[in-house]
Design a protein around this ligand. Sequence first.
Ligand code: ATP
Ligand code: MG
Length: 320
Amino acid sequence: MKTEKVILEVKNLKKYFRVDSRRVLKAVDDVSFQIYEGETLGIVGESGCGKTTCGRTCIGVYDKTDGQVLYRGQDVHQMNKVQKKEFTKQVQMIFQDPYSSLDPRKKVHDIIAEGMRIHHLVDSGAQEVEEVQKLLLQVGLNAEHASRYVHEFSGGQRQRIGIARALAVNPEFLLCDEPISALDVSVQAQIVNLLVRLQKERGLTSMFIAHDLSMVKHISDRVGVMYLGNMVELAASRELYRNPLHPYTQALLSAIPIPNPEIEKNRKQIHLAGEIPSPMNPPKGCHFCNRCSRAKDRCRMEAPVLREVEPQHYVACHLQ
Ligand SMILES: Nc1ncnc2c1ncn2[C@@H]1O[C@H](COP(=O)(O)OP(=O)(O)OP(=O)(O)O)[C@@H](O)[C@H]1O
Ligand SMILES: [Mg+2]
């Protein structure tokens, strides 16, 4: 359940990667947003637009280049050792690839129990066994799975193990980075439903990164759309789908098929011209201007800032 309390505050965050002595790649370039306690914020955008970099910089996995990230008011990039340890317990990640993110040499029990040991959450071996078994059941696996190795599991089952591992330390915030993209379509909905259920049961807050808008719609309270290192639109999930204001969001939404043949037949799909430009050499002005059919001179000269154009609906576009 979304509350009014801000848990994560991102202010003018920049993350640049130095490519060589002369060039920098602006993966995240001046992004600001907030995540409220108990909500799921979806982040969408094409490959390479900076979603993973943004997520990882927000939780301190990457240093920032500029700006500030506050978690419960505390600067994520300025924590001392004790604060950092508590933060790494409270904030957990679920990765895209359940094949490479789980250690193949460890038994499932040890993978899940590792965090509990680091944070001294169990007093005895027996309690550890019990906790691991409880978690396995919660994610739809069973107790016997604890003694197996990850190669014995399917992709969907591995992702369930990854989720159990993240939950083992009883976190309050999850960064889910495309947790279903590597999975078979038939399994994707099961994992999304599992995440939705667990988030509700445990009152978790999460940032849910995904490629396409159709998937985040079901899981997110609000959705942020990224394009080439910028946040171009941010609104409540339903509002964004009903009333997309940025031409890029409109194009993304028009690519999602509607399961009603009448509506689908009469619908115009907006084709984006050209490729997404290199973040090393983005267009001047609005980064989207070279693919936007409505771009004006101003769009090619001046970068638009994200501003509230309707209550709680933010967009970075000169045409709004
Ligand atoms: N460690 C790094 N060093 C240099 N460049 C990087 C690094 N990590 C990411 N990049 C670049 O930063 C940009 C954003 O990458 P990022 O992985 O954040 O995108 P993404 O939106 O998560 O893409 P995808 O949907 O493919 O996962 C890309 O151009 C990428 O090549
Ligand atoms: Mg990514």
